[in-house]
Write a protein that binds this ligand. Sequence first.
Ligand SMILES: Cc1cc2nc3c(=O)[nH]c(=O)nc-3n(C[C@H](O)[C@H](O)[C@H](O)COP(=O)(O)OP(=O)(O)OC[C@H]3O[C@@H](n4cnc5c(N)ncnc54)[C@H](O)[C@@H]3O)c2cc1C
Length: 225
Amino acid sequence: MLYEVLDKGFIRLVDSMGDDTSVVQAARVSLGQGSKGEERDQKLINFLMRNNHGTPFEMVSFKFHVKCPIFVMRQWIRHRMGSFNEISGRYVEFEDEFYIPEQWRSQASKNKQGSAGETEPLISWEPIGLSDASPQLNRICNQLYEVYNELLNQGVAREQARMILPVNLYTQFYWQVNARSLMNFLSLRMAPDAQWEIRQYAYRVWDVFRNKMPWTAAAWEVVDD
Ligand SMILES: Cc1cc2nc3c(=O)[nH]c(=O)nc-3n(C[C@H](O)[C@H](O)[C@H](O)COP(=O)(O)OP(=O)(O)OC[C@H]3O[C@@H](n4cnc5c(N)ncnc54)[C@H](O)[C@@H]3O)c2cc1C
């Protein structure tokens, strides 16, 4: 299943291993036991989640293929509990694919974390009418891409020519992550203070996760709330 994200990006699940029952099996292995029926298994998952017994959730893993702007990947790759392989600009020439936002957001007036009990979103923003900003960004990106091509045509190494390209250029990577780390990613990147662009990807990760692990997802929603 491939989800389109932003103007030219996507995320798709390549592979996964395990599901809710793998969590139950792992948690009960110390007692030499397995499933005790759906109701009790689901209760066990709720218990593990509530009490932060994280390791059984590490038994399930996901592998995603992601295409996103470089500035989104820079945020993504900060999640160290996972494995990444990215396309190499030293080996391949980049396509002329740049993220051009449809809307421009005003600078948030509150950048600091609100205190407990506040209901206001951490970052509020209004779209502002910059009708020519997107075409202008598009123009500049195309010009930069032309220079990139010229440098390559003149024999400049790909690893150096790429320096001219901006961080809204699309890149691609594989991300392998276990369910525990994935939930940490969701907590941080679906939160209202995460950048809007990475949130769009996090929502799709959430869709995949809750489809594969409905009991764990339900338990996580309660605890993360
Ligand atoms: C809204 C937002 C704003 C951010 N702003 C900035 C910023 O301005 N500058 C910046 O540099 N980063 C920023 N970050 C990145 C942030 O600091 C984390 O690097 C990123 O969110 C990954 O989180 P993590 O460490 O929990 O995840 P992972 O790296 O996947 O780690 C998962 C968990 O493993 C444990 N762990 C991992 N490594 C260690 C370790 N070395 N020692 C002990 N425990 C470890 C921790 O419990 C951690 O929560 C921001 C993140 C968000 C969501």
